[in-house]
Structures are given as C-alpha cells and as structure tokens.
Ligand binder design. Structure first.
Ligand SMILES: *Cc1c(COP(=O)(O)O)cnc(C)c1O
Length: 379
C-alpha cells in the first residue's frame, strides 16, 4: 500500500536521537530550548513553546488567551477535531465558519457576515482559530482586520503549514495572530514522533503558555505571590498540565527543521507533477491563492463520483485518505445541536474530495501509478 503521508528519517536524524539517549537529559534538558529557538528563528517569531502535540498547544493556547466557560471560539468545519476540541477542553462553546469553495479555508466573506450577526446578537467569539488547510495559509491580513474591528483574538492552527509562506513571510511569524500552532506528527511536514509547538510575539502569552505546559508551576520569583522559602521553592499559580515534550523528540525536531526547505521543495515538485497530470481531466486540482506558497502537507483533489474513485484507489493499493469530515457532523458535536446543512460549502467539499499520496519520499514510479490509476478511474 502506498500511504498518503509518511515521515522521512535519515541517518543524521537517527544519530541526533541516539546522542540524546546517551546524554544526561532525556527530558527538561538543553535540546528543548534549542529546538524552540530553531523553529522561532526559522519562522520569525519571538517565542516558541514546545509541547507533546499540537492538540496540547491548541489547548494551552486557548487557556493563555483566557478562553473559559461562557466564551465562544470559532473555527473552520473542515479541520481535524483537535482544532475545536481545544476550546471545549476550556469549557467554552464552539461555532463554525463555512469554507471558501476555492481554497477550502475558512471563508472571509462568511466570517465577516457572521461577525456582523454575532455583534448584533451580543455573542461575539473571544478567539478565532483559522486553519491553514493542506498547508495553504488563510488570508490572514483580511482575517486580522476583521478580528481587530470586533476585538477577536487569533490562534492560527498551522499544523499543516510549517514551511509555508504568506505574503512572502513565513507562516508562524504571528504577524497577523496572537499565537500560531504547529504539529510534528509523522504525517505532517517535519516530525518529532508526537509533538507540537506554540509560537507568539507576546512575552506575556509566552509566559502563560509555559505555565500551562508544566502544571502551572513556576520557579520565577517575579510570578510568585510569596517570598521564596529557599532554593527549593516553586509555586503553582495556575491549573496547568504536563504537556512537556522530551529532549529525544526535540533533538529529532531540530534535525528535521534543518531539512525543512528540502522537504518543501520536494513536496512542491510532487504537487506540480500532479497538477500537470490532471490539467485536462475531470479531476479538480487544488487551487492556490496568489498571496502565499503552500507547504503542501496534503494534495486534495475534487472528483464527482468520489466514493467509487476512493474505493478504486484503495483497491489498487493506494492509501488515499479524506481530510476532513466536517467537524460539526461528528456525533459528539451533533449532541450540541449542530445539524447537517449547517455549512453547505463544507458539506459539498466533503462529498467530493480525496487526499492523494503526498510525502517527500514518494517515488516517481509510485506517483506515476497514483496518476494512472486516478485518470483510469475518472475516464
Ligand atoms: C494533526 C492536526 C492537529 C493535531 O495535531 P497533533 O500533533 O496530532 O495533536 C490539529 N489540527 C490540525 C489541522 C491537524 O492536522
């Protein structure tokens, strides 16, 4: 089976991990701040907080932004459930903004209309979580302008988009957001096994993210309410979690970041070959907005008669997948009152898409097989 995504681990990656295994620190050692610095520098953000998953980063991101019971968080319906679950963990409510039928990202027009209605109803969201689906950035300047107008904070779910650009600047620089989150799961662009990171330019948010990452405990006298009793002293000042990552994972992440540009270049090459192959066919390739450069986490095509084509590809040994089922159609969300038809564009998208294999080590011959099989099934 040709998978839809796969990590690329080389000998230097392995060496970086084994070096840590023989060192003094498996966790809470020097590799974690080093990894944080590498990602922050690459993306042009002031601060980066490494955690054990993007899900954890989204959760502590919501907490750092003050999301709690009675608050509302909005996101795209076409995302992994983790983007919206993060708000539920904090006791907040979630709502969804329908997608743009071209980019499949949250629609700025729908967002604008929904904000107007919410403002009239006195029910504005506290935080918006735009998701850079497949690695293509949302139109962040337009989103940020609307959010500024209505006092909405922004946390980018860039789980797909480390290495992407928006307006010539790296995604992750938080130029248009309070926090940006990356995932380092093995199907994503770079991996640490499990892992995630939250980036910000705001020193106070950085401090809060660090508190929530590790039990809400601090050793910084500046954050304490009492005089330290002695050198052993620490204080718990928030209800935090253990969302820390390990030095083992961080060492792998630092090595993988050194390969980021090569990963993206190879993903672009694969995307171009798919684009060319599907140009004069009924297969609709992914639209790319002029304002950015995708990281190409996923290559999503649209086809009519999707179910038959999906099954045909799986039968041919091609591990296609589907990203995503609209979140509000999940039984857990239906229980909150969401009904089919809530986001029509998201549901049209869901009815027609397939994610084709897309990863740096996809061989030319395997990609050729994917292309031939797709074209054979649609003709
Ligand atoms: C993968 C993913 C997540 C969760 O990432 P983990 O690191 O597995 O927790 C969140 N949001 C999106 C859009 C994702 O694709």
């Amino acid at each position: 089976m040709i998978p839809y995504g796969r990590q690329d681990i080389d000998d230097d990656d392995v060496a970086a991990v084994t070096e840590v295994l023989r060192s003094n620190f498996l966790t809470q050692g020097p590799k974690i701040p080093e990894f944080e610095r590498v990602v922050a520098n690459r993306c042009g953000a002031n601060h980066a907080v490494a955690v054990n998953s993007a899900t954890s980063a989204l959760h502590i991101g919501c907490l750092a932004l003050g999301v709690g019971p009675g608050d509302l968080v909005w996101t795209s319906p076409i995302t992994f459930v983790a983007s919206s679950n993060a708000a539920l963990y904090c006791g907040a409510e979630v709502d969804f903004v329908d997608i743009d039928p071209k980019t499949y990202n949250l629609s700025v027009d729908c967002f604008s209309r929904k904000l107007k209605e919410a403002d009239l109803a006195g029910r504005l969201p506290k935080v918006l979580i735009p998701v850079h689906l497949t690695g293509q950035s949302c139109d962040m300047a337009a989103i940020a302008e609307l959010c500024a107008q209505y006092g909405v904070r922004i946390m980018e779910d860039a789980s797909h988009a480390v290495g992407a650009d928006y307006q010539g600047q790296p995604v992750g620089n938080c130029a248009f957001s309070d926090i940006t989150v990356f995932s380092f799961h093995p199907v994503k662009i770079v991996t640490t096994g499990e892992g995630g990171m939250a980036l910000t330019n705001d020193p106070e948010l950085d401090q809060r993210l660090r508190l929530f990452r590790s039990h809400g405990v601090t050793r910084d006298p500046g954050l304490m309410t009492h005089e330290p009793h002695g050198g052993w002293y620490y204080e718990q000042v928030e209800l935090g979690f253990n969302y820390r990552t390990t030095d083992i994972a961080a060492a792998l992440g630092t090595r993988q970041m050194a390969r980021l540009d090569a990963f993206i270049a190879r993903r672009r090459e694969i995307a171009s070959r798919y684009d060319a192959a599907f140009a004069d066919s009924p297969v609709v390739p992914p639209f790319q907005a002029a304002f950015g450069q995708s990281a190409w986490h996923l290559y999503v095509v649209r086809v009519s008669d999707r179910d038959r084509i999906f099954a045909g590809l799986r039968d041919a040994g091609i591990g296609v997948n589907l990203h995503y089922i609209p979140v509000y159609l999940q039984p857990y969300y239906r229980k909150m009152g969401f009904e089919p038809g809530y986001c029509p564009k998201a549901e049209e998208y869901y009815a027609e898409v397939i994610s084709l294999p897309m990863f740096p080590t996809l061989s030319e011959s395997d990609q050729g097989k994917v292309i031939r099989t797709v074209l054979g099934l649609v003709s």
